[in-house]
Design a binder for this molecule. Sequence first.
Ligand code: SAH
Length: 242
Amino acid sequence: MNTLLLVMISIVAGLREVSAQDAECVRERAAMVETIRGYARSHGVFGQQKPSERVLEAMGQTQRHLFIPERSCSIAYADMPVPIGFGQTISQPLIVALMTQLANVAPDDVVLEIGTGSGYQAAVLARLARNVCTIEIIPQLAEAAAKTLRELAYDNVNVRRGDGYAGWPECSPFDAIVVTAALGQVPQPLIEQLRVGGRLVMPVGPAYTTQQLTVVEKIGPSETTTRVVGLVRFVPFTRSPD
Ligand code: SAH
């Protein structure tokens, strides 16, 4: 057998493996969406609002298993957080859906995410928005997420490495901001970079315990309203030493 044939056989085998896994994941991803729908119905976590079909569709289309280290369908689509290395986790699907719903993203929106992690939440947002800018403080995670998003052709996501506290002025103003790490207060630069009429969703509270999932709406150039949606537990928002 010549080398070219061997290469071709292994490419075909590789493709088959990926598509078999994807086919399996289609079922598990659909089950995940039903779990979110059912949970929202019975526990009312989404409040008066139901999760919108747009958000559920984005969750149903985003291949969560390709954002986690093991790429396992059963682990990826269970309703639980998954470790992604460096002591960080990707939130459970229900929380991703809830935060996405609260961000209330329209097709022409520009969204900022602080805490890229695996890139999964950014990918879900990218299906709903025009543009997503996302910042990750751990260089290895920022690089891995940028690679995954590039390979999956999420062309409307920009990943930056750094401390997200100061936001991303060049990418602003934002229609929505999603912060996926916990801090005692909302960073003022993020409020400044939010467009009037925009929303910021963030776990506010101390590290290593529960925090209040908070929605801040900017109702005027220097006016906001704040509401608490429920209790959550997120990894800490860390600050860069410089
Ligand atoms: N949204 C991610 C999961 C977030 S975990 C996903 O979908 O996979 C929270 C992430 O926030 C971690 O990766 C952590 O390194 C990052 N983080 C913590 N403090 C940060 C800061 N100041 N700026 C940017 N990222 C930060």
